[in-house]
Design a protein around this ligand. Structure first.
Ligand SMILES: [Zn+2]
Length: 425
């Protein structure tokens, strides 16, 4: 029996666990350990609306400890997560003053703080080194791991009285930089929401923010495009309302508006709405190429383009097809990025001159062929377990390769063979 466990004080160990942390199939569990066979021990799987990650599971475990402990008992929560402990203790004031702007797990952190304030007894924290033979930590870890393997998840109580909630940022603590961060954070959140809801609508798949971020880095998104996706979602490009900042000279403020359509330029406008020659053509050409796969076509939206690496496609038998999904990811992100590049060339280099339809078509096929070449060259020098291999390139690209009946067996790695994607319908 622990010395502190005399009825008026209690040590509780908490831990989070995550299977396949950071991946789309990640499943997280939280563990709360009082003592062996204690009726308040908990082992739960995080409900689907929460991000399935270690860090989220850690904070959920802490929240559960503060809500399940006897209210008047003084509790000491042992955690191996410094982030969790610090966010509830030494960073608390700063985060409350700044309205939790740009903080991960802000709702859960605030719920935990509110829960601590509702308790009659004090809540203390003690950091212990994880996986270091600390008996209570090991038990909490086991409970968390069991939770992650549960087949059903447990919704947790996140509601707390408004009086305990810190709403918004205290104005005196809001520096201009933070205010700007808040605006940017809001735009990032809005863009992520566009992707998440678009993926849900097009592919029926519920993805979390972390999955979207990770999807930008899959090997089927080129490094250049990966940077583009990241910047675009963070609203990092100098377009639209950025030209309307307070100190911007009036003659530059005109640049906020699309010269062709007269509308405020946003990433949505540029990639999905703009009337400039090229945008619509590129999506049409992509549709034509995609028709050759026989798979379903989805109209471009944030979910099918920026979220392309989260796409779900099925082959004729109805089975989910990784090759189709990878091909979609490649073609869709290449098309998206080409639209962005053409827009930048038109506005910045060509002083607003529109491209012709045939210029656009040539650029489209050139971009797709260049990408196919890159994948072939990568496969030719493939080494390492995760490298793109000859059979991968064949599996992914074959449905859209021109003259596919006449291809020699080694077409992928034989650089002497000229291969391109199918033109026209
Ligand atoms: Zn436009």
């Amino acid at each position: 029996m622990d010395l502190e466990d005399d009825g008026t004080s209690q040590v509780i160990a908490t831990d989070g666990s995550c299977i396949q942390n950071g991946e789309s199939r990640a499943r997280a569990g939280a563990g709360v350990y009082y003592e062996n066979d204690h009726r308040r021990n908990l082992s739960i799987r995080l409900s689907d609306e929460l991000e399935q990650s270690n860090q989220t599971a850690e904070i959920v475990a802490t929240l559960l400890a503060t809500t399940t402990a006897e209210s008047r008992t003084r509790i000491t929560i042992e955690t191996d997560s410094r982030t969790t402990m610090d966010s509830l203790t030494k960073w608390r004031q700063r985060h409350e003053d700044t309205g939790y702007i740009a903080q991960k797990n802000a709702d859960l952190t605030r719920a935990t703080i509110a829960s601590m304030r509702q308790r009659g007894g004090h809540t203390l924290f003690r950091w212990v080194k994880g996986h270091n033979g600390h008996a209570r930590n090991e038990e909490a870890d086991k409970l968390a791991a069991l939770g992650a393997m549960e087949t059903t998840s447990t919704p947790i109580r996140r509601l707390f009285p408004d009086t305990l909630k810190v709403t918004g940022a205290k104005l005196q603590s809001m520096t201009q930089k933070l205010a700007y961060q808040a605006i940017c954070a809001r735009k990032t959140v809005a863009n992520l929401d566009r992707i998440v809801s678009g993926v849900k609508e097009a592919f029926g798949l519920h993805v979390h923010d972390a999955t979207v971020w990770n999807s930008f880095r899959t090997r089927h998104v080129s490094r250049l495009i990966s940077q583009f996706l990241w910047m675009a979602v963070h609203d990092g490009y100098m377009i639209g309302s950025h030209w309307l900042r307070p100190k911007m000279p009036p003659d530059l403020q005109d640049r906020a508006v699309c010269a062709i359509c007269g509308e405020l330029e946003t990433m949505t406008h540029i990639t999905l709405e703009c009337e400039a020659t090229g945008r619509e053509t590129i999506w049409k050409l992509l549709q034509e190429v995609w028709t050759h796969t026989g798979a379903r076509w989805h109209e471009p939206c944030w979910g099918t383009t920026f979220g392309a690496a989260c796409a779900v496609f099925r082959n004729a038998d109805g089975a989910q097809s990784a090759a189709l999904e990878q091909l979609w990811c490649i073609l869709s992100t290449e098309a998206l990025h080409l639209i962005w590049r053409l827009r930048c060339e038109r506005v910045i280099q060509n002083e607003g001159r529109n491209f012709t339809e045939s210029e656009v078509a040539n650029r489209f096929y050139a971009a797709m062929d260049a990408r196919l070449d890159l994948d072939r060259r990568t496969a030719a020098i493939a080494h390492g377990r995760k490298a793109l291999r000859q059979k991968d390139v064949e599996r992914i690209w074959l449905p859209v390769i021109g003259n596919d009946k006449e291809l020699p067996p080694k077409w992928v790695v034989d650089s002497g063979i000229l291969v391109g994607i199918k033109r026209g319908k």
